[in-house]
Design a protein around this ligand. Structure first.
Ligand SMILES: [Zn+2]
Length: 268
């Protein structure tokens, strides 16, 4: 399947790609502002990504984190464009070494290839001189970094947003850190949030604030039920409903159970 959707938000362009069109969990948007590319899309969508990238010159390629839907074409783009992608420091070794992904992720995104990156440059900017400020936002992944463009009021959010209401968590995600990262980003001024799964979100600051509020409520509710002696399974059923296909197919790597478990551990 080729490009599924095309975005134009002022000077921001994007394409949504994905092998399966089951919603935001199986598709990905590569964004571009002028000659700056943000993330690279999943490895099995290389032909569509290459066609998009070939439309105009690319000066710099910024990665938000190492996950294969974001960095999966970085190695090919590096060769194709003759440039070295920039990546947040905590993910660079993993990107260079390569890493294995679970079978469901391989089916949806393909297999990532190792890639050499360079650290994020000091004083990153668009070609018109507008600053691009990297904001370290761990939680979803140790290396997750958002890119804030204060002059335009944009936030390229990597996987910090995804949804106002989270229903799943990966087994390696840290919810307390994620909530701290949301607070950190909410101290910034922006309006348009560019989520590579959900799409562009107008009123993005409010949407992120809603996400933090909803997570806080979930933690409160889960911990209240636990204090009444309810089991983890009973809390799951009461607050999120039973596990569904994503939980089962991912062998609970991406599951509601992970979210409840973390919600019980967050110190409020
Ligand atoms: Zn991710």
């Amino acid at each position: 399947m080729a490009t599924r959707e095309r975005f134009h938000i002022g000077p921001i362009e994007g394409i949504r790609v994905g092998r399966f069109g089951f919603g935001i969990n199986t598709t990905f948007i590569v964004y571009r502002v002028g000659d700056t590319l943000i993330d690279t899309g999943p490895p099995n969508q290389w032909p569509s990504v290459r066609a998009f990238v070939d439309e105009q010159p690319v000066r710099q390629l910024l990665l938000t984190h190492h996950h294969e839907d974001h960095s999966g074409n970085a190695a090919r783009l590096s060769t194709h464009l003759g440039l070295t992608p920039m990546a947040p420091e905590p993910g660079r070794e993993k990107l260079a070494r390569g890493y294995k992904t679970p079978p469901l992720q391989r089916l949806i995104w393909g297999r990532p290839q190792p890639v050499e990156t360079r650290p994020l440059a000091v004083g990153l900017s668009l070609s018109d001189g507008s600053p691009i400020v990297p904001i370290a936002t761990p939680g979803h992944a140790k290396d997750l970094t958002c890119y804030h463009l204060p002059r335009q009021g944009w936030l390229f959010s990597g996987d910090l947003y995804l949804s106002r209401k989270l229903r799943y968590l990966r087994s390696d995600e840290n919810l307390a850190q994620l909530m701290d990262s949301l607070r950190k980003v909410l101290a910034l001024e922006f309006d348009t949030l560019l989520c590579p799964h959900r799409g562009p979100v107008e009123g993005g600051h409010q949407a992120l604030s809603d996400k933090l509020h909803n997570l806080h409520t979930l933690c409160e509710q889960a911990q209240a039920l636990a204090s009444k002696g309810k089991s983890e399974k009973a809390i799951l059923k009461a607050l999120l409903g039973p596990e569904d296909w994503l939980g089962h197919l991912s062998r609970y790597n991406i599951s509601k159970t992970n979210l409840i478990r973390e919600a019980l551990a967050v110190e409020l």
